[in-house]
Structure formats: C-alpha cells, structure tokens
Design a protein around this ligand. Sequence first.
Ligand code: G3I
Length: 475
Amino acid sequence: MLRLALIVLLVLLAAVPALAEGRGAVPLRAGAAGQKDAVQTVRGGTAAVAPTRGAAFDGVTARMRLAGRRCRRGAVVALADGRRAGVRRVGTRWRTHRLRARGTRSFGVRLRAPARCSLLVGRFALLPAGGEREAAAPAPAGDAPAEAPAPAPAPARTAPVVLGAAVDAASLDGAPGYAGTFLANFSSLTAENEMKMEALQPRPGQYDFKVADRLVAFAKTNGKRIHGHVLIWNQQAPRWLSEASALEQLTGEGAPYSRDELLAILRDHVSTVTARYAEDIGHWDVVNEALTPDGSYKPGLWLDGIGPEYVTEAFRAARAADPDAKLCYNEIGAEVAGPLADAVFGLVADLRREGLIDCVGFQMHVSAATPPSQDAVRQNLERFATLGVELHVSEMDVDVSKIAGDDATRFAEQARIFGLVARACHAVAACTRFTTWGFTDASTWLGETARPLPFDGAFQPKPAWNAILAGLSGS
Ligand code: G3I
C-alpha cells in the first residue's frame, strides 16, 4: 500500500527579536496536514503574541528539505494578506524560499510535498517591516509563545534539592571505592548508558534488561531514587535501527521501516520499558535532545522517519504505560536564554497543555572556558518554572581542560561554576534535582584531561564538591 508520505513537520513559531519593537516571538500555527494532496498549510503572522501585535512584516523565509524516495521536487505557495505572493528559492542544500511583500500583516505558506515525501521545514522566519536584516527565526518546536507569562511571585522552596549522579555499571562492578562514594554522597541514580535503547533492545523486539535490572536493584537495596534515562534519543539507538536509517539517508532507496512501523517500534519500546519499571522509576527522560541550537528539530532517525510528532507520541506512550511516572524532556545547551531555550519552552508548553509532561532537564555540560552566569541560569529556570513543571539540572559536569593555570586554580574555577549553578537551582523552588554526569574523574565520557567532576580519580572530594553542597543549601 502506498505510504502517505506527507509528514509535515512543522512550523512553529518564529522568534523575532529583531523586530522594531525589539522583543517577542511570533507564533506560526501549524495547520492540519492535508492528507489527500500531501499538503501542509502553515499560517503565520497572526500577531497572537502581544509584542508583535499589529506589527507588519516585509517578508518571510522558509527553509525546507524533502526526504524520502525520489523526492526532488516540492512546491511552495505563499499567501500574503490572503493573496498569492511570489516566492524565490535562494538556498540549495536546505532549500530556502524567500517571499517579499511589504507591510504584510498575515502570511500563509503552503508547502507541498509529493506523495511519498516528507517535508522537513527547518526554519520559518519573518522579516521585520522596514528592515533588511532577517529576523532570527528558528522554528521552535511548538506553537506556544516563546514569551513566558508575566511572572508570579516565586514560590518558596519546600523540599531540599535531590542530589544525584550518573552511574555506569562497569565502574560499579570494577573500581573499588566507586560504589561507596556514590552511596555515601548521592541520593539519586541515573544510568549513564544502561537504560538507553541500544542497551535495552539490542535486537528488534527482544529486550535485555539484565544490566539495567542490576542497577535498579543496587539503587533500591540502598534506598536511592532512580531517574530513568532515556527512552527515545537519536543517539545510542540499536544498530538494527540506526544503521537502517543511515542506509536510507545514503542511498535514498527508501526506509526499511515505514512510518507506521517506526511509530510502532517507538511505542513498543517506550511502553515496554516504562511499564517494566513502573514500580521502581519515578521520573523518566522520555525524549532527549530533539532540538538543535537554532531551535529547529534535530535530524535523525526519529524525525526523518516519523516527523516531529515523534516527540509527542513518545510522551503519550509513556503516560499510557505508567501514568504515575513523571515524564521529562531533557536538553543540552538550553540552560540560558536563546533560540534553543525558546524552542524547548514552546515544546514543553505544548506538551504541558496536553498533560503529557512533568519535568524538564537542563543537562549543563559546561566548559570552564565558557561558563554561564548565575543570573542567566536562574532567570532561565524561573522562566520555565512558569510552565508548572519540575526543573532538573540533569547532567552537570565542568570540563577544565581548556582553562589555564595549575590544578588549584582550575579546580577553584570549576568549584565556582558548580556552585553558581547549584545556587541558581536552589533559588528556584521548581528546581528539584541536581545530578552530576558521573561523579569521579576516573569515569567520565569527557576523557582524562577534562577532570570535570566533583570527586577526583581517587574518590577524594574536590573543591567543587563543597561548592555544590553549599549552593544547594542556599549559601
Ligand atoms: O557499548 C559499547 C561497548 O560495546 C564497547 O565495548 C565500548 C568500547 O568503546 O563502547 C561502548 O559504547 C560506548 C557507550 O558510551 C557505552 O559505554 C560508546 O563508545 C560511547 O560513545 C558512549 O558514550 C556515551 C554517550 O552518551 C553517547 O552519546 C557516554 O558514555 C555517555 O556519558 C553520554 O551521555 C550523554 C547523555 O546520555 C545525554 N546527554 C549528553 C551526554 C554526554 O554525551
């Protein structure tokens, strides 16, 4: 049966910080996918966001890419204030189409993809009236305004921040001192790799819970909470899945799994894993790193095969399989304001409206050479707190390999950075968990020179450790 291959993907909103008014975002609402003729209509510029209400626009650009077998041609039809407008193609790899129509208040853009093709809209940008400069307009992942509602008075913290660490099973089995250091200092465990899809479903439909079960037993026996990581991610998918997808990208010969099959795989994985650990795992990272720094969806097997709705589908499956679990979206690089934080905010707001999400993880992989400021981290947390979700510092480490000085100098700077993030977390009552990605420099994904964690290779506390404890206690 011919696969309806229209997936449209997106669109979303356009953050338009460069508008004359200098603020705000313009939500571009996605229309319903037209199933018969593989058309998705996206209407934009409806001025639903206060800062841009009444503003006029001089143009719009849409970046798109067709994916799928023999997909070379697509079409763009644009409407400006209800009338057909000319569109110029200006890009090559990602096709960028540009429409100019001075003083327009409403844009509609129809993107047509031939049957069997997926249309990936990577970016949808409005051009501010009266200015040649293209407003930054990543296509964030939801149609919610990127602006947070006016802040209510911040609620007071009622419970201490849970302090956790990622643990890897091999070190737990091997290194003397590893288990003891974790048990003595942390109250929450995240499996660094052992609950990822490649580990849990090494062959199609065949699950292997051996190692994950051991970690769960270790945590339970010792009275530790478990944070589940991660159900759906483009990386560390099993080879039978990721290589199939890569082959399709290379040859264009068609996916070995249809969209429906891939959706079934996603639902089966999410529900099998969450249901198995329903008694033991209170929080799950349902989807990890779905977005890019510019706020668009990150290409990968799930996006390419299903479309951006894979994110919602994963959350739906998790909610259905374990209604009591708290479901998180986990992102890298969204810890301070910017296009990515805006996009995450929009995505989380959308999921929240459907009652599908309870928490957001900010990974916080920091290079000591480019640390964030405490204010920037706190303000970002405060903004997300307005969504009514728990916030987590989910994977913090601070790589000191790129800063100068002796160990004392570098570790002092590292401690300062851990401390400022811990204080920012403590300052926002919605921030309920602070997890480091590993805990000893003897075992870190960043390698030997990074020395990014609060305990050294011999499990002795570094200055960062006291800085974390002090920060989380509010001092
Ligand atoms: O599983 C193989 C094993 O069979 C083989 O013997 C071994 C030899 O190198 O490699 C093993 O795979 C490694 C895997 O970790 C499991 O240990 C991969 O090479 C290695 O690349 C992989 O790295 C992990 C990385 O995610 C993958 O992207 C890191 O340990 C893990 O710390 C890191 O964690 C991610 C979070 O999940 C999400 N956020 C970012 C964070 C850092 O990248």
